[in-house]
Design a protein around this ligand. Structure first.
Ligand code: G6P
Length: 608
């Protein structure tokens, strides 16, 4: 959740660290800090505001000299966002500074042990124990100290470490939290993800669990947990700095919504060849796909919502049971999964702690794990038997948009691929779905051309303090995501309901003026949703509906209608979510919310 960055090289470190932190701010924004060594002296600067204020206070780093340093942006877990709890944390003698992403689960035991040895703690964090442990184990060889301290830690961590006794060397170590090393011309970098360092280099090394990286201005060396030197491959990142900048938009969220057609094109096009779905390099054999009896999907947040869409589609065309489970529930409920099952893991970041734990649980029970991931080289991608990447490019806004639709695209492709092999539905339907999928990006472009209409609707409804989203079948699955988008960025209370369920309780909350967003693209059930709309309008609700172009009937029931280009109903989620993403965006804009960094949230949830 937190973001870490480090640099050692020819240039002044602090401007590089501050720029890196700004790019990592989406990982957490409760407080921030940097530590830099200059002439053997450690300087630490922190803020409990946003990184911008650290930039202002240090005159963009000008007041913090030195060519080696580390930085951190925090999403608070242990202790409130305060100066004392902000990273970097120092050892008692002030010589060692560390930044940490993750949670040290045995920190209380370690803290008690260190207190008994006379160590004084200044923060409430779990992290501080690591700084003191490093001092304890440092006997003149810092690599040794890192190795020995890491062996005492339980939980998850990516740590970047500097020591005034070794003022030319930066150390980093990881266990269950993301960490990359960037190899540049004028120095070398560590970061939680590529966004932190892409401005400086595209050559990166993905650090694996238990490994230690030792960086100087001239290069990087890598060691296993026992201190043996190892060789690591260098990968070249295939996106550029522009992809991680706003490019003229006021917010990353709007930029990323506008990028959806292109992200979908990139995700879908290479996987359709000669009218058939094709995946490169899957270990999952065609024979195994033919014989899958059950699919279990597990994920968190919006990724979980794409799993629910997939359940409706897969069960329709594969005619096998599909279970969708929240990863945080799956991992702790003794799940019934075995080698007969295909487990699909979905994650934009590839680092979500619960999702990763669910993956490990599924693998331990013998299931084949196929993951759908956006971030190349992420922990989930590495731990899976097979990965199908969504080619969405970097997603920076905390609220996912292109991440969600590209996950849907991969699920659609996989569903069609499996149905073809299993011969579980008509060939004509498969051909239609493939041909429709190829038109998805153009259809979304058309919706985006009409985004001012959504802006208008949001002005009409922006004073509402509670909104209900209703739908049936795939429309219900989409309503879950539409509702989540609205509440996460606009802070307006909203709920999503399968519309048939309304009358079993929720309808008591419908009162005059209440906004109900009725989703109506799954037309096989239109008559049913019309009845549900009548039930709420009879109680004074205002209804904003989605519908496919040409649906005149809906005009009889809804106050406002947002028309969408027609697509096969099994694929309707990917078009229907676009106005809902825009609606959440404009509602939050009208309310003056911090759209890209909603309160209390972080994009990459690396703690459970
Ligand atoms: C966070 C993000 C959500 C995301 C969820 C799962 O809560 O704010 O947008 O859906 O994590 O993330 P993942 O990276 O696993 O898709």
């Amino acid at each position: 959740m937190c973001g870490i960055v480090g640099f050692v090289g020819e240039s002044q470190a602090s401007p590089i660290l501050l720029d890196g932190l700004e790019r990592l701010e989406y990982r957490g924004y409760d407080s921030a800090g940097i530590a830099v060594i200059n002439d053997g002296v450690m300087q630490v600067e922190k803020t409990v505001e946003r990184i911008k204020s650290l930039i202002d206070e240090t005159q963009n780093g000008a007041t913090v000299k030195g060519n080696i340093g580390i930085g951190h942006t925090r999403w608070a877990t242990h202790g409130a966002p305060s100066h004392a709890n902000a990273h970097p944390h120092l050892s008692g003698n002030g010589k060692i500074a560390i930044v940490h992403n993750g949670i040290i689960e045995n920190y209380l035991d370690l803290k008690n042990e260190l207190i008994a040895e006379g160590v004084k703690f200044v923060s409430e964090t779990d992290t501080e124990v690591v700084a003191h442990l490093l001092q304890k184990y440092y006997k003149g060889d810092m690599l040794d100290a890192v190795k020995n301290a890491a062996k005492r830690l339980e939980g998850s961590y990516a740590l970047a470490i500097i020591n005034t006794d070794t003022p030319d060397t930066l150390y980093a170590v990881r266990h269950f939290s993301p960490l990359i090393v960037g190899l540049g011309k004028d120095g070398n970098y560590v970061g939680s993800d590529v966004a932190a360092i892409i401005k400086h280099t595209k050559d990166v090394v993905y650090i694996d669990d238990g490994e230690i990286a030792v960086l100087t201005k001239d290069g990087a060396k890598f060691y296993d947990g026992d201190g043996n030197q190892i060789e690591k491959p260098v990968s070249v990142v295939d996106w550029s700095i522009n992809a991680a900048e706003k490019g003229g938009y006021d917010h990353f969220m709007l930029k990323e919504i506008m990028e959806e057609p292109e992200a979908l094109r990139k995700t879908i096009e290479p996987r359709i060849k000669n009218g058939e779905v094709y995946f490169e390099g899957l270990k999952l054999t065609k024979e195994k796909v033919k014989n899958i009896k059950r699919i279990v999907i597990t994920a968190c947040g919006s990724a979980y919502h794409t799993g629910i869409v997939a359940k409706y589609m897969f069960e329709e065309i594969l005619r096998i049971p599909v279970e969708v489970d929240l990863a945080s529930e799956f991992r702790y409920r003794n799940p019934i999964v075995n080698s007969e099952d295909l487990v699909i893991i979905i994650s934009q970041s590839g680092e979500t702690a619960d999702t990763l734990a669910a993956l490990k649980e599924a693998k331990a029970r013998g299931a084949h794990v196929l993951s759908i991931v956006n971030v190349v080289g992420s922990s989930i991608a590495k731990a899976s038997d097979d990965v199908i990447y969504t080619w969405a490019g970097p997603e920076i806004a905390v609220a996912t948009t292109k991440g969600y639709t590209t996950q849907l695209a991969v699920l659609y492709l996989f569903g069609i691929y499996a149905a073809t092999l299993k011969e579980s539905c008509d060939k004509a339907l498969i051909d239609e779905l493939i041909s429709e999928l190829s038109t998805l990006n153009k259809k979304i472009e058309k919706i985006l051309e009409n985004k001012e209409e959504i802006a208008r609707l949001s002005k009409k409804f922006c004073t509402d303090d509670s909104v209900f989203f209703i739908g049936r079948n795939i429309d219900f699955a989409v309503s879950l995501e539409g509702s989540l988008k609205l509440k996460e960025i606009s802070y307006i209370h909203s709920e999503a309901y399968a519309s048939g369920e309304l009358k079993h309780g929720t309808i008591s909350l419908i009162e005059p003026g209440r906004l109900v967003v009725a989703l109506n693209c799954y037309e096989a059930l239109s008559e049913k949703i019309y009845s549900n709309i009548k039930e709420v309008t009879a109680r004074g609700a205002q209804v904003m509906a989605t519908a496919f172009e040409g649906n005149e009937e809906i005009k009889k029931y809804a106050d406002e209608i947002f028309y969408l280009p027609r697509i096969h109903p099994l694929l309707c989620a990917a078009v229907e979510i676009i106005p809902l993403q825009l609606f959440a965006y404009y509602m939050a804009l009208n309310k003056g919310c911090d759209i890209d960094k909603p309160r209390n949230l972080a994009k990459s949830v690396t703690v459970e």
